[in-house]
Structure formats: C-alpha cells, structure tokens
Write a protein that binds this ligand. Sequence first.
Ligand SMILES: C[S@@+](CC[C@H](N)C(=O)[O-])C[C@H]1O[C@@H](n2cnc3c(N)ncnc32)[C@H](O)[C@@H]1O
Length: 218
Amino acid sequence: MTHDHDHDHEQDLETMYTQETWDIRYAESDRIWSGRPNQRLVEEVADLAPGRALDVGCGEGADAVWLAGRGWRVTALDVSEVALGRVREHALEAGVGDLVETLQHDLVAGGPAPGRYDLVSAFFFQPPPLLFDGFYRGLADLVDPGGSLLVVGHHPDDVATGVRKSHGPQLMFTPEQVVGILDPEEWDVVTEASPTREQVLPEGPATVRDTLVRAVRR
Ligand SMILES: C[S@@+](CC[C@H](N)C(=O)[O-])C[C@H]1O[C@@H](n2cnc3c(N)ncnc32)[C@H](O)[C@@H]1O
C-alpha cells in the first residue's frame, strides 16, 4: 500500500497540538529545551519596563523565568501539564515563584487565552496554516494599549538550507505574514526582521534564520 502524503499531514495536524502529544514528548526526557531564555526575547524585551506578560507555548519556562527575573508578572501558558510542572519547579528554584503563574490551555482546540497583557510573546509556535491569521489575531487582541506583541518563528528560508528537516515546511512563516494580520491603524511595527543565529542542532552546528516581529499597540 502506498502512503498518501497529504493525508499523513492532515493526521499530523490533528494530533500535533494536543495535550497528550506534548505530555508524552516532555515526559520522554528530563529536559527538552536549553534552559536559557531565547536570544530574541532578551534582545527585544531587555529595555521594556516590566508589566504583565503572557508567554505562549512556554515549554519548560526559561523565557518565563527570565522575564520574572526582570520584574515581569508572567502567565506561562502551555497545553502540556508536564511542561508546566517544570515551569513551576524552575521558577521556584530561581526565586521567582511568586511572579510566575501557569495556565494549562489548548490554544488550537480551546480558543484564545483569557486576560490582558503588556507583553504577549510567542516563540516557535507554528499554528495550523488554516488557523494562522485567527491564531495570531487572537493573541494580538490580548495586548493592552502601549503593550507589545512579540512573535518569533522558524523562517521558511531554513527549508532550502536543509537545517530544519524535521519541521513541517508548511508550518513555517515569514515576518510579512505576521505583520499582515495586524491592523496598521492600531499597531506600530517596531521590529520586522529575519535575522540569523548560530545553533547546535541534532545534525550539528548550523546557521538558522528566525522570523521576528515586535509590534506595539497604539
Ligand atoms: C516548539 S515548542 C516552543 C517552546 C518555547 N516557547 C521555546 O521557545 O523554547 C512549542 C510549545 O507549544 C506547546 N503547544 C503545542 N500545542 C499547543 C496548544 N494547542 N496550545 C498551547 N500550547 C501548545 C507545546 O507544548 C510546546 O511547549
């Protein structure tokens, strides 16, 4: 029997965003991510006055803990309760347990998150392509006037270099796509870029390209 690739993709998308999938993935090892905050977060947020932040798809919490260390009150949101347990552990270890709250929520099946924030940051969250606009609009709606929406993803250029073999090329997105969902009457785009950085991937060291957008709500 031959495989129908489109069909395989559909099945992937059905299971790719569920709590079960991510709880299993996190439970497979003690730590998946580096434990260091994302470089683009540090670059974009270091000069902002702290307020309320939502870390979307926070994983094990390195970004949330870094933000809390700078005085932000952080809601760390993820579909995986296993990941959120690690966030709470790491926040306590770092002495910022009182500044980090965790929120288990499925942003694909369960709709937008609750609350209003001075910073909504989403790192490497690749929504299903058909839901892309609604997904990021839903996050933009959570930003209070004067606050920032910060979106970072894997740039589609990485497909051509072969460094992201395991990432579905159809899920990668450009800065233009993110800016395209923002109403120019309501948002000032302060960063729209596709910078590269050096990363050690399972295949070895590589130069990867990020999609990077920060916009401030008027
Ligand atoms: C690629 S990881 C990024 C983790 C972290 N932001 C980082 O930069 O290291 C994507 C995260 O999104 C979470 N996630 C996947 N599907 C989700 C959903 N439907 N709702 C909320 N979070 C989800 C996963 O559990 C995972 O922690």
